[in-house]
Design a protein around this ligand. Sequence first.
Ligand code: ADP
Length: 200
Amino acid sequence: MKGKLITLEGIDGSGKSTITGRLKSNPVFYEFVFTREPTTGWIGEAVNRAIHSDTDDLAELLLFTADHAEHISKLIIPALKSGKNVISDRYSGSRYAYQGMTLKNRFADPMKWIQDIHKNWTVDPDLTILFDIEPGIAVERCGNRGDKTKFEKISFLEGVRANYLRLARENPERFVIIDTHRSVDEIEADVISTIFSLLR
Ligand code: ADP
């Protein structure tokens, strides 16, 4: 594919949306396509309903995965084929890390099981920027968020963070870990230079 796919991953409160907002308003990124998962389409809305209700964890994973399939075929592949660079705020890594936790009592190695059901149809990112942060600090930053989901508990997020770090260890060629215990300006500068070293 002609364009590059860059994904931003990390636990809730790690600063992904803040940085995405900064990049969107930076003229250097005007030609980029910005997207996110869950998407804003009807399957993404179904995912949001699942997140905010007592939906079975496997059903929830499959909804997220359906949303990913729709995202891949309708937006990601056409954009990359037309030569656009794409930045996605959350992508397949979120499923591996989060549902790797929610399904930990259902499968021996849920993260591997989830990666296996993505094989042969997902598009792997060229670069994944992992926003790494202590869950306690992330939850504090989200303190005033009115729409807390079941994913935002500290002990749960410790497991998600460990899953993300495992993904980074297993895919060192495409993962870059950014320490987000710093100022937004410093993080933004690191993210921009990481993206431009991929495109150079
Ligand atoms: P995410 O999209 O990863 O869930 P957000 O970008 O929504 O995270 O950030 C969560 C909260 O933390 C927001 O209130 C945001 O203003 C604040 N925040 C983001 N980055 C930083 C930072 N580097 N230092 C302090 N607060 C931050």
